[in-house]
Design a binder for this molecule. Structure first.
Ligand SMILES: C[S@@+](CC[C@H](N)C(=O)[O-])C[C@H]1O[C@@H](n2cnc3c(N)ncnc32)[C@H](O)[C@@H]1O
Length: 211
């Protein structure tokens, strides 16, 4: 683990700080899946899921809107959506091991898909997309933000987090603005807030309306 980078070593055997290829990433989540929820709670103090859904809730009040949770993992975002009464949400993730845990967490449908490729989802098929914890070390870079807007209808919402460690170094700051200049979306909210509290890591929370 690099000195000075906060909260990257999730536990002794897992280090997501380095850029990884897909195979390595899948292996990390295969090992992590069964204790992911516990680590998020006990070790990392992750608050990105409830924080994201709270922010999302300000904009999407209709609980029947069709939502996709991209990089849904074990379904912690789904649990938060359920708590607030949302009824119509799907999930997609690259890791079958993570998805297997999300099965009973309120999702209508769960898909396997890789955000670094084209997702196996139609254009304009959702009212809103949530993507929490995916724009982080060695996962998915800023060039794939546009893919989220592709699957969301015009006037629909894209709501995502970016780990503060990679926000500027990977170029998320520039890409978020570029998509506004290119008229892909209109930025509604961008704030920095707690992300992994026990590791003192903050995250950027972004909400954009698709044009
Ligand atoms: C830190 S976890 C976040 C999971 C969940 N959203 C949450 O907040 O608990 C990151 C998730 O992104 C998924 N992921 C990583 N790279 C991906 C990719 N290229 N396409 C789709 N999912 C990906 C991982 O499998 C993992 O489930």
């Amino acid at each position: 683990m690099k000195e000075g980078n906060k909260g990257l070593k999730f536990y002794d055997n897992l280090d997501l700080s380095a850029s990884q290829n897909e195979e390595e990433l899948l292996d990390v989540y295969k090992k992590w899946a069964s204790i992911y929820d516990k680590d998020n709670n006990d070790l990392l103090g992750t608050v990105s899921q409830p924080n994201s859904v709270q922010i999302f809730h300000k904009y999407i009040v209709d609980k029947n809107q069709k939502i996709i949770d991209v990089g849904c993992g074990t379904g912690l975002v789904g649990l938060e959506l359920q708590k607030l009464g949302y009824t119509n949400f799907d999930g997609i993730d690259i890791s079958k091991d993570m998805i297997d845990i999300a099965i009973d967490r309120g999702y209508q449908e769960l898909f396997l898909g890789n955000l670094n490729d084209s997702l196996p989802l139609e254009n304009d098929s959702y009212d809103a997309a949530l993507c929490v914890g995916v724009f982080t070390h060695g996962h998915v870079g800023p060039s794939r933000l546009k893919e989220l807007s592709r699957i969301v209808k015009s006037d629909g919402l894209v709501c995502f987090t970016v780990n503060e460690d990679v926000y500027e170094s990977y170029g998320f700051d520039k890409e978020i603005q570029k998509l506004e200049v290119e008229n892909v979306w209109k930025l509604l909210e961008l704030r920095k807030q707690d992300y992994m509290k026990k590791k003192n890591v903050m995250g950027f929370y972004c909400v954009a309306k698709v044009n």
